[in-house]
Ligand binder design. Structure first.
Ligand code: PMP
Length: 454
């Protein structure tokens, strides 16, 4: 009897019942009313869905989506394995707003970084990656009609997240200043125009999104630039959602400055972080927010009514990773010291490879991304007279299909209105094994030879 019930239930779920009665019933049941919520209008396209698929289909070397292809540190995977086989309660729910050992060590760590006392229970919340942290920020803090300033180029999800919350994004671009003396450009050469930035603030402005180090450019905002943003936030009583997921990936002795540590900013800033970037485990999806309770209490309301809880074992392992890093803080053995050193060398290899073939790199001061100028390659890409697709999209698609090298078009990180001003660049990820970067170099060198001999 039970088996028959189970079987028919399975058939029902899979829609396998082919009796005449059932099919007429399914015809009648077809819905005609619109099903899509209005808040999803215009945000259905996603660069990652399209380019991850292209890379999976065609790439021999994937420098597109941002994730390391080298293993995470042993101390972290060992912590995960210990958690897996240890206390069986780690397989159950933990505290909804963050596993106590993780929020405790994050509070200790950020106390050091921000120079203020933090309460692990009210000033820190753990999320499913930085993505969910951002989602909680926009849902909790942005209302219908609010304006949110977004600095371009920007990590693409900010715009749809603002729109889903009912807000209106207001864009302000970093403007490139070409370097003198034929030197390679640096991400530091991309700057905000102070007057233009100031002009975007109004009484409708609820928040500004800051991303330093910036994905895709690798720009690390200077104290002066952050000071200007902070001044405007205070003047106009505006919140700051500060996405600092690449906080440890800083090169050439530069310093990462946390906007929450500037005068008047703690009370109005939510700082977002990610274990994915911090410990090279993007698949674990452990993120966090740090900020004042008066802001975080509202993020907790979104969290408790949506995701509610994040995987306990991953949180336990990340907590142990941070405990180790706290002990070794600033020491040569610290992963937060070693990882940027290794990545800086990888960055320099890729800079050399690209420069050697005339794909002018913009040297990033941080992150594991590098943007390169492809304006000299226009004759390589077949014309598409009937296509309104920007050149960088056509180039990136053509490159992965015909050369096997995957990258991401830069205009994907711009608003619709400004996209067309930035179509001569693509973004590469250099958090890759030496062999992967060498394989990329081989593709580029072969390409260069074909160009010179044709
Ligand atoms: N912010 C930025 C700037 C990012 O680049 C990413 C990931 N690419 C995220 C947030 C999301 O991080 P997570 O994988 O931890 O959700």
């Amino acid at each position: 009897m039970l088996r028959r019930v189970g079987l028919s239930l399975r058939h029902f779920l899979l829609g396998r019942n082919s009796s005449a009665g059932h099919s007429s019933c399914s015809r009648e049941a077809k819905m005609s009313r619109p099903v899509q919520a209005r808040r999803l209008e215009g945000i259905d396209k996603n660069i990652w869905v399209e380019f991850v698929k292209l890379a999976a289909t065609y790439s021999k070397v994937n420098l597109g989506q941002g994730f390391p292809d080298f293993p995470p540190p042993d101390f972290l995977t060992e912590a995960f394995t210990r958690a897996l086989g240890g206390n069986h309660m780690l397989h159950q729910y933990t505290r909804a707003f963050g596993h106590p050992p993780l929020v405790t060590v994050l509070a200790q760590f950020f106390e050091k970084l921000l120079g203020r006392d933090l309460d692990p229970m009210t000033n820190v919340m753990v999320t499913v990656g930085a993505y969910q942290a951002l989602f909680c920020c926009f849902q909790a803090l942005v209302d219908e009609g609010d304006e949110v300033i977004i600095i371009e180029p920007f990590f693409d999800c900010y715009e749809p997240m603002v729109r889903m919350a009912g807000g209106t994004p207001v864009f302000v671009p970093l403007r490139p200043n070409p370097p003198k003396d034929g030197k390679l450009m640096s991400s530091a050469d991309w700057q905000l125009d102070p007057a233009e930035l100031a002009s975007k603030f109004s009484e409708r402005t609820k928040a500004i999104v800051l991303n330093s180090p910036n994905n895709p450019l690798g720009k690390v905002f200077s104290r002066g630039e952050l000071g200007l943003i902070a001044e405007l936030c205070v003047k106009h009583d505006v919140l700051c959602i500060s996405d600092e997921v690449y906080e440890w990936l800083i090169y050439d002795g530069k310093q990462h400055i946390r906007i929450a540590s500037l005068q008047g900013m703690w009370d109005r800033t939510v700082t977002v972080g990610s274990a994915g970037k911090t410990f090279s485990v993007t698949g674990w999806k452990v993120g966090w927010v740090v900020g004042p309770d008066r802001l975080l209490q509202h993020l907790r309301t979104v969290h408790q009514n949506s995701v509610y809880h994040c995987a306990t074992i991953a949180q336990e392992a990340v907590a142990q990773g941070f405990q180790r890093e706290l002990r070794l803080y600033g020491k040569p053995e610290s992963y937060f010291v070693q990882l940027p050193k290794e990545l800086q060398q990888k960055r320099d290899w890729l800079v050399q490879s690209l420069d050697g073939v005339g794909m002018k790199p913009i040297i990033p001061e941080g992150t594991y991304f590098l943007v390169a100028d492809i304006s000299q390659f226009k004759s390589d890409v077949p014309d598409a007279p009937n296509s309104d697709e920007p050149y960088d999209y056509r180039f990136a698609k053509w490159m992965v299909k015909s050369k096997g090298l995957a990258a991401i078009p830069l205009s994907a990180f711009y608003s619709e209105a400004h996209k067309n001003n930035y179509t001569n660049f693509i973004r590469f990820c250099f958090a890759k094994e030496e062999a992967t970067l060498k394989a990329a170099n081989d593709i580029l060198q072969k390409w260069k030879q074909e160009k010179t001999s044709s």
